[in-house]
Design a protein around this ligand. Structure first.
Ligand code: SF4
Length: 280
């Protein structure tokens, strides 16, 4: 049954920092399960356009809903719950993407699917990537990699670039930070390396949480040894999403944390560079 709030909410948003809640809450549980099983429908926080920071060139970004991690610094906690997103058929998402096709080609850009965690809805994601490929659009996924084994080798052929978030190295610290294990992420990175598939690594630098230099050196050593890492992006922590925690009634523990200094960010980039990686 259509829901007026979901119907009236445009797919396009100015940024993923728009707070969106309960837009798919009217979808019956059985339909959610069918959507996940077939991939014919997905739950999407929003489409944004004109991004120059989510892959090569200028990107359209589809922000999917649903994430099983609970990172303490997450700036989009409204995407944790799948049914906070707008229910969107693959056909509608494809038509939305088609609007930007020629612009993306002119600007050497493409489609990035991010989240939330896109692989929560891997079938929907693969259908949308396949449609993008058919339109000649470059494809990038931004993922924490935890569900990387949901993708077949054939699926990987449809993805031009994987942007893989590595949050921290130490298993205990990783569980503390995300509530999940780090090993599946690392296993996915090794699998991509074995297949010589291009990856960019994203690392969020949070003072007091992910700034242990030995820990970072371990990530750098791992990444440097893979042989398929095209670049490392060190992303300074910021507070842009903190209002969402408050509005959602979630306990936010990083209120007092300041962004890292440019000097610390540069030092961390240097650790990655010392392993032969391009980092900034
Ligand atoms: S993996 Fe990403 S979306 Fe999920 S909780 Fe962590 S930062 Fe948020």
């Amino acid at each position: 049954m259509p829901d007026p709030a979901a119907e009236q909410t445009p797919l396009a948003a100015k940024s993923p920092y728009d707070l969106r809640v309960s837009l798919g809450a009217h979808v019956p549980e059985t339909d959610v399960r069918t959507a996940l099983a077939t991939g014919d429908m997905g739950f999407v926080h929003s489409f944004t356009t004109g991004s120059a920071v989510d892959g090569p060139g200028v990107r359209v970004v589809v922000w999917t809903s649903g994430c099983m991690w609970r990172c303490q610094y997450c700036h989009n906690p409204d995407t944790w719950t799948m049914t906070n997103g707008i229910p969107v058929t693959v056909a509608r998402a494809t038509e939305e993407l088609r609007k930007y096709r020629s612009g993306l080609q002119i600007m050497s850009g493409g489609l990035t699917i991010s989240g939330g965690e896109p692989l929560m809805q891997h079938r929907f994601v693969m259908k949308l990537f396949t449609a993008a490929r058919a339109m000649g659009i470059h494809t990038t996924i931004e993922t924490n990699g935890y569900y990387g084994d949901r993708l077949t080798d054939q699926d990987l052929e449809v993805i031009d670039l994987v942007m893989l978030g590595i949050k921290t190295w130490d298993p205990e610290r990783h569980r503390h930070l995300t509530r999940m294990d780090v090993e599946p992420t690392l296993a996915f990175a090794r699998r991509l390396a074995a297949q010589r598939r291009k990856i960019w690594i994203r690392f969020v630098l949070v003072p007091g949480l992910t700034d242990d230099l030995d820990d970072i050196a371990n990530i750098a050593r791992f990444a440097g040894g893979l042989g398929n890492v095209e670049r490392v992006e060190v992303l300074p922590f910021h507070q842009l999403g903190s209002f969402k925690w408050e509005r959602l009634g979630l306990p936010y523990t990083l209120t007092a944390v300041q962004p890292p200094t440019p000097e610390l960010t540069e030092r961390v980039c240097g650790i990655f560079r010392s392993e032969g990686l391009t980092a900034y």
